[in-house]
Design a protein around this ligand. Sequence first.
Ligand SMILES: [Zn+2]
Length: 112
Amino acid sequence: MHEMAIAEGILDIALEEARKNGATRIAKVGLLIGEMAGVEASSLEFCFHALVKGTIAEGAELALARTPIVARCLDCGREDTVERYNFICPDCGGVRSLLSGRELRVEYLEMD
Ligand SMILES: [Zn+2]
């Protein structure tokens, strides 16, 4: 499962950060997920909570923040959020190139 691999990556990052900071418990993991990252939030949460059992992140909250898809028109330079995956510029009909929306990263950690 795609989300399981992502959850493993997130846990690795969290545990590594905790180790560096000498933390003994991870309380919360803040994640940033682009609308186009192709991640199903409920599935990711399920995998994460299954993986953390027996680690210092057991019981940690997974806080998900979604970032919108933003694109810039290659012709007129208009920057805007993209609705319904429409990558045609509403102003000039030019093709828009993706600026953000595919990101998937750990934004912050709360540790003790
Ligand atoms: Zn345009």
